[in-house]
Design a binder for this molecule. Structure first.
Ligand code: SAM
Ligand code: SF4
Length: 340
């Protein structure tokens, strides 16, 4: 079992398999886009799998694949299969915008993937096209259907709540009534540039306080709008009955609903004390905190060192993992270059 200097158990590794993406979400990428890393800088699947083997020996048992968009990387299905064959790795999850999921869902499920998180911030096709700078809502919705048809469980929908987007939160909440879909409203986080203008405006200059909505406000709105729409009273779900998760979401449910509504509050309610994770970027840097730009260079150790060197690097990451993020605003990397 791996613990860090503050006694936290670290058993969860998020791996970004690519910095590339087929969308350009306004809150994740700047309007001009980002320069993709050269192919030679990106870890090969073999390198990632070797790292995962050593990390599993060090106590990592859960892996999430993310990006950029993980489904744009060729060979992702067999990568999932091989990671699941790694001794000590108990489960793999994937975070995706789902626009390519129809193509891959059945194969991913056959490879052993069960847990999927789909990112979707609006149910309005025009707004979706604007927010993703060119995406098609129908493709993402079809991806959700493909996940259910492939038998994935749990299927979670991540909704980043951004004030200037004026999202229909009730519309999302209603999706939990008739099917086991778990909506998670996530606070907009100050990753990447920090600016003053809303991310939906022509002057967008990065994360701005004006776009941040606290989960207390989100819950108040969903509770009031749900009651007004006749959905009943939103009640808290006990931890043991919440959809299995590896993170800090708190879950709620409308009476009789098959799915749940979760909230994730990285800013308004710090959960650093429960942090259980490390992050590996596509270009092979290990981050001990989403908000800290201190990184350890895994790539050069993988390319020039032994497994013992890799192990030593993981141990030094555990020793240097900060206690908390102290409301840091802004990071050198954008979210698409970290993986969320
Ligand atoms: N492309 C995949 C996707 O969109 O699901 C995986 C990578 S994406 C960077 C991972 C998650 O980060 C998505 O759910 C996205 O909505 C979220 N995200 C991106 N920027 C964010 C921000 N500033 N605050 C909160 N969540 C953010
Ligand atoms: Fe791509 Fe995901 Fe970022 Fe949107 S949130 S631009 S889909 S990496």
């Amino acid at each position: 079992m791996a613990t860090d200097a503050f006694g936290r158990r670290i058993d969860y590794l998020r791996i970004s398999v690519t910095d590339r993406c087929n969308l350009r979400c306004v809150y994740c990428m700047p309007p001009e886009g980002v320069d993709w890393k050269p192919q030679a800088d990106i870890l090969s699947f073999e390198e990632i799998e070797r790292f995962a083997r050593v990390a599993a020996d060090e106590g990592i048992s859960k892996i999430r694949l993310t990006g950029g968009e993980p489904l744009v990387r060729l060979g992702i299905v067999d990568h999932v299969r091989r990671l699941l064959e790694t001794s000590g790795i108990e489960a793999i999850a994937l975070t995706t915008n789902a626009t390519l999921l129809r193509r891959y869902a059945a194969d991913l499920a056959e490879a052993g993937l069960k847990r999927i998180n789909i990112s979707l911030d609006t149910l309005d096709p025009e707004v979706y096209a604007r927010v993703t700078r060119g995406g098609t809502l129908a493709a993402a919705l079809d991806g959700i259907e493909a996940a259910f048809e492939a038998g994935m469980d749990p299927v979670k929908l991540n909704v980043v709540v951004v004030r200037s987007l004026d999202q229909d939160l009730l519309g999302f909440a209603k999706m939990t009534i008739d099917r086991p879909l778990h909506i998670r409203f996530i606070e907009y986080m100050p990753v990447g540039e920090v600016g003053e203008h809303s991310c939906t405006s022509a002057e967008a200059d990065g994360w701005s306080e004006t776009d941040h909505v606290s989960t207390d406000e989100i819950l108040m709105r969903v509770t009031a709008e749900g009651a007004a729409a006749g959905l009943g009273e939103l009640g808290a779900v006990e931890r043991e009955r919440a959809p299995g998760g590896w993170g800090p979401a708190r879950y709620y449910r409308f009476p009789g609903a098959q799915g749940t509504i979760g909230v994730i509050s990285p800013l308004s309610h710090h959960f650093c004390g429960e942090c259980n994770r490390l992050r590996l970027t596509a270009d092979g840097k290990l981050r001990t905190c989403l908000f800290s730009d201190d990184e350890l260079d895994v790539r050069s150790v993988l390319r020039g060192g032994t497994d013992a060197d890799v192990r030593a690097l993981i141990e030094s990451a555990l020793a240097s993992k900060p206690e908390g993020h102290n409301q840091q605003h802004g990071t050198v990397r954008r979210m698409s270059q970290i993986g969320g």
